[in-house]
Design a protein around this ligand. Structure first.
Ligand SMILES: [Zn+2]
Length: 373
């Protein structure tokens, strides 16, 4: 364990200063039945649980790295009572609190002490992983991603919720990060492009950006800096060159996903749909006809016959390698700003977000695509 990790354990064992879980996207309905001791220990950023995909069978295995007291695991187990849930953290004190609260469900949550840089599990052990507000704390995030890739099954995915930085970070950020042993976390943030590159190097096949929420920590950082140094260390101009956001993204190992649980919008029955997160028409032309016939990623309710739109996002790659990203309605789509960013990076491609099955069918023919890498 290095000095940054040791310092972080100390920091995270303190009670977090979070006024309301609702601000982070956890509804009071969600939190019903979750032990107070556990909810009070969470240092979360933004609820990422809607992006977590767990196979619907008793053998499904889920791992939360940097689980703390295990609030996200308690919530995942509530909606997936059959899954085997594992939580890993560096802090023994937090794990013990989780353990003490953990025997209130059908299946125990397994809390283990360990380092995400070197996960203490066999290869291909988990279907789904979660890293909520964890990656930016690790100076060796390339090792964390490589280790995650190793213990994930194929297909498998890791959902990451992390603060990210874009633009040009001031020199002060880096020096303060090192000087404070990582406590000045803003100095250690990566950009989404960094994460794309790290994910690709670790072997992940696809990078899915689910949500990005801008936030502005300038006042907070300025006050902290003035308190310590008695003056501003970052100029107005330097501030204007950086943006901060909290991003939720998913890294996929393998592409074939099997089945997805979904709910009929008409009668509310739960059913399963054949699902693939990435559909490459070039490699498998059959899938185009399956999508157009709504036999893949779409379906028909076996109880009332209503059309069902799979709630999971997926990428559709056409024979020229162009991509449509289909998002479910509640994700609010890609923001105009992001579309502008993508259009600047790939000037010859136009981008469109597709919401409904009908829109999707219409969009397959026109040019509405972009490529992640
Ligand atoms: Zn129905």
């Amino acid at each position: 364990m290095d000095s940054i990790e040791a310092r972080l354990i100390e920091l995270y064992e303190q009670q977090p200063q979070v006024e309301s879980r609702a601000l982070l996207g956890y509804s009071s309905e969600d939190l019903k039945g979750i032990p107070d001791a556990v909810a009070g220990l969470s240092h979360g950023l933004k609820c990422p649980l809607h992006a977590v995909m767990i196979p619907d069978d008793r053998c499904a295995r889920v791992l939360d790295i940097g689980c703390g007291g295990g609030m996200d695991l308690f919530l995942l187990r509530k909606n997936n009572p059959d899954a085997a849930c594992f939580g890993l953290d560096l802090s023994m004190a937090l794990l013990e609190q989780g353990r003490a609260a953990g025997c209130c469900g059908e299946r125990d949550i397994n809390f283990l002490r360990g380092n995400a840089r070197n996960l203490p599990f066999r290869d291909s052990s988990f279907d789904t992983m979660l890293a909520h507000a964890v990656l930016h704390l690790s100076p060796a995030r390339h090792e964390v991603l490589a280790s995650a890739f190793r213990v994930l099954k194929s297909p498998g995915s890791i959902v990451i919720c992390d603060p990210v930085i874009s633009g040009c970070a001031p020199e002060f950020f880096r020096s303060e990060y090192l000087d404070s042993d990582g406590v000045f976390v803003y100095g250690g943030l990566s950009s989404l492009d960094d994460y794309r590159e790290l994910a690709q190097k670790a072997g992940f096949a696809w990078f899915d950006l689910i949500e990005e929420h801008r936030f502005d920590p300038v006042k907070e950082i300025s006050a902290m800096v003035r308190n310590k140094y008695g003056r501003d260390m970052v100029t107005e101009q330097e501030w204007s060159r950086i943006d901060f956001s909290i991003a939720i993204f998913v890294l996929h190992k393998g592409v074939n996903w099997g089945f997805r649980r979904t709910e009929c919008g008409n009668c509310g029955s739960r059913t399963q749909l054949p699902y693939r997160s990435v559909v490459s028409i070039k490699e498998e032309p059959l899938f185009e006809s399956l999508i157009l016939a709504r036999k893949l990623n779409f379906g028909r309710c076996p109880f009332c016959g209503h059309d069902i739109d799979c709630s999971e996002p997926f990428l559709y790659i056409d024979d020229k390698g162009r991509v449509v990203h289909k998002l479910p309605q509640h994700y609010h789509g890609i923001e105009d700003e992001t579309i502008r960013e993508i259009s600047t990076r790939f000037p010859r491609l136009s981008v469109r977000t597709v919401f409904t099955p009908d829109d999707f069918e219409r969009a397959i023919r026109p040019k509405s695509w972009y490529r992640w890498w």
